[in-house]
Ligand binder design. Sequence first.
Ligand SMILES: Nc1ncnc2c1ncn2[C@@H]1O[C@H](COP(=O)(O)OP(=O)(O)O)[C@@H](O)[C@H]1O
Ligand SMILES: [Mg+2]
Length: 126
Amino acid sequence: MPDRRIISADRQEDERQFEASLRPRTLAEFIGQTNLKENLSIAIQAAKARGEAMDHVLLYGPPGLGKTTLAGIIAAELEVGFEQTAGPVLQKKLDLTGVLTAIRPRQVFFVDEIHRLMPDVEEMLY
Ligand SMILES: Nc1ncnc2c1ncn2[C@@H]1O[C@H](COP(=O)(O)OP(=O)(O)O)[C@@H](O)[C@H]1O
Ligand SMILES: [Mg+2]
C-alpha cells in the first residue's frame, strides 16, 4: 500500500501550479532591478535576432530575490523551452549526461544552487 501522509516533502501538483501562478512571466511584470532587466532584455533581443543560444547568465543573491523566476522569464522571453535541475541533484557526471541529452538546442538550462555542484560535474559543464 502506498505511504499516505498528510505532510510530505514532495511537491504537490496543485502547489506547483499555485506557485507558478504567483511568478511574473515577463520582464515587464518583474518588479525593480531596472539595470538587470535592461541588460537581460538586450541579451535576449540579441540572441533572438541572431537565432543563437543566449550566453550564460549567473544570477546570485539571497533566497527569494527572484533568481528562479528570472530564469523562467528568460526562457519565456526567448520563446524557448526551460529545463531545471539543481547542484545537489547532480552527484555524478552521469546524472548531468542524462539531463543534457534531453536538452534541445537554444533552450534554457537552469542549474539552481550551482555552488553545490561536485567539482567533476562542474568540470564537465565547463
Ligand atoms: N522582483 C520581483 N518581482 C516580482 N516577484 C518577485 C520578484 N522577486 C521575487 N519575486 C517572487 O518571489 C517569490 C520567490 O522568488 P524566486 O524566484 O523563487 O527566488 P529565488 O529563486 O531567488 O530564491 C516568487 O513567487 C517570485 O515570483
Ligand atoms: Mg530559486
